[in-house]
Design a protein around this ligand. Structure first.
Ligand code: CMC
Length: 433
């Protein structure tokens, strides 16, 4: 049983203790409560982290009310238009956009690390063919620390950099392998003459029997999708990576923790759920029934791909993803496809509905990404793995930032205990008689 009494911050906390207020370079100030428990014997309570900054960071900034997303200060719109995904990776990892020579070196280094240890292919064979690709991702990415333990000293910047490169380079190869394994097709080796995205598309969609000529419009679209997924400050999976890493766990184990968290339908699993939902709705005439279900408090159904914890105006990634979606559909001549027509109609109806307007529920990045992935020929059970591929750099950048911080401590939240108070095991307790 939880007892509630109220405490006015102004009147009461100040009489109990002095709490410093910290300012960042932009965004809301934070009250530093580190000394609160020592001074008052009380914890703060914020289970969904709705008012809690879990760390300080220099990587990504979001203003949810204004629909702003900045990577290292650069607006996502400009990065999506002017940069490649690998340039954005460099930016996230190093804080600055690369010069031409820095980019050449970075891209070459990534390219030579795209192959995975050949023995890793045996590892796949332990999985059922019908396993969900995210289940395989969790297992295989986790196993990387058993293959690349030559550079696992997290205190060494050189080792951290090598692990970052290996993860960014190898995750696309593993994602494509997960798909090939589940469809019974042979694994494709990477080809060093191809760009990062071309290479992935060939490994994912090509076969050894045919030449694969990537369509430049689709390559650019996928590159942009990866940019849009690359980082999103302290979201659930990134916070999971940080928490796992705070104990000193190796980077592959930490990124695996992030992948596991991403899998959930409220997070990265939403893109797959969007497509499943569209298939379930089936026809434009059924949309009102599903809108009514989404609004019904007694029905667990939610409109997947709508709403966001932080964005309460619009998701800037969704706006860019919508444009990309139209570019891809036009390129592939798919505008008349039923599923796509259904998605656009659902979007239109929801955006005009008072429930969604009042609760500030807008389409998020996952609403459109599922449609684009589907158009690209990527099966829906691979969608969240695609998200993981883009987010790997964000996870590793946050992990590296945390490890490099000299004041870093193990993350150890406290709790509001509501269980039984101290009691004795009954004297006559004996289950074996
Ligand atoms: N459909 C119908 N109602 C919704 C939806 C939705 N998609 N999202 C939120 N609501 C309602 C919710 O029922 C609640 O109503 P009330 O105030 O009457 O109780 C209100 O809006 C606030 O929702 P919440 O669950 O308290 O908000 P949250 O910030 O905890 O959750 C969310 C955010 C993204 C988990 C949620 O909006 C949701 O479940 N959306 C669908 C899943 C989805 O698309 N997830 C992808 C998020 S973007 C990519 C990523 O970051 O991974």
């Amino acid at each position: 049983m939880t007892t509630i009494r109220s405490l006015s911050l102004n009147e009461n906390v100040h009489s109990l203790c002095e709490l410093p207020v910290l300012s960042g370079t932009t965004g809301p100030d934070v009250i530093n409560v580190e000394a609160l428990y020592k001074q008052t014997g009380m914890f703060t309570y914020d289970p969904g982290f709705t008012s809690t900054a879990s760390c300080s960071s220099t990587i990504t900034y979001i203003d949810g009310e204004a629909g702003i997303l900045l990577y290292r200060g650069y607006p996502i719109e400009q990065l999506a238009e002017k940069c490649t995904f690998l340039e954005v990776c460099y930016l996230l990892l190093n804080g600055e956009l690369p010069t031409t020579s820095e980019m050449f070196k970075f891209e070459s280094t990534i390219t030579i690390h795209t192959m995975v240890h050949d023995q890793l292919t045996n590892f796949f064979k332990g999985f059922r063919r019908d396993a969900h690709p995210m289940a395989i991702m969790v297992g295989v990415v986790g196993a990387l620390s058993a293959f690349y333990h030559d550079a696992l000293d997290i205190k060494s910047k050189n080792d951290r950099d090598i692990s970052a490169i290996r993860l960014i380079a190898k995750v696309p190869t593993i994602v494509a392998m997960c798909h090939k394994y589940s469809t019974g097709l042979p694994f494709m080796y990477p080809q060093n003459k191809l760009s990062y995205v071309e290479n992935f598309m060939r490994m994912m969609l090509g076969t050894p029997c045919d030449d694969f000529a990537p369509n430049p419009v689709l390559v650019r679209a996928l590159d942009r999708i990866l940019i849009l997924h690359a980082d999103h400050e302290q979201n659930a999976s990134t916070s999971t990576v940080r928490l796992a890493g705070s104990s000193g766990a190796n980077p592959y184990a930490c990124i695996t923790a992030g992948i596991a968290c991403l899998w959930g339908a409220a997070h990265g699993g939403a893109n797959e759920a969007v497509l499943n939902m569209l298939k379930e709705i089936g026809d434009v005439s059924h949309i009102p029934k599903y809108i009514a279900k989404a609004k019904d408090k007694n029905d667990p159904f939610r409109l997947m791909g709508f709403g966001h914890r932080v964005y309460k105006n619009h998701d800037p990634r969704a706006k860019l993803m919508r444009t990309t979606c139209h570019e891809v559909l036009t390129e592939l001549g798919l505008h008349d496809n039923n599923l796509f027509k259904l998605a656009l109609e659902l979007e239109r109806i929801a955006l005009e509905d008072n429930y969604f307007i009042e609760k500030k529920l807008y389409p998020n990045v996952d609403f459109y990404s599922g449609i684009v992935f589907h158009a690209l020929g990527i099966p829906s059970n691979m969608f969240t793995a695609m998200f993981a591929m883009g987010r790997t750099v964000g996870w590793i950048a946050h992990w590296a930032e945390m490890i490099a911080d000299p004041d870093q401590k193990i993350g150890r939240p406290r709790q509001l205990y509501t269980g039984a108070t101290k009691r004795d095991v009954p004297k006559n307790h004996n289950t074996s008689s």
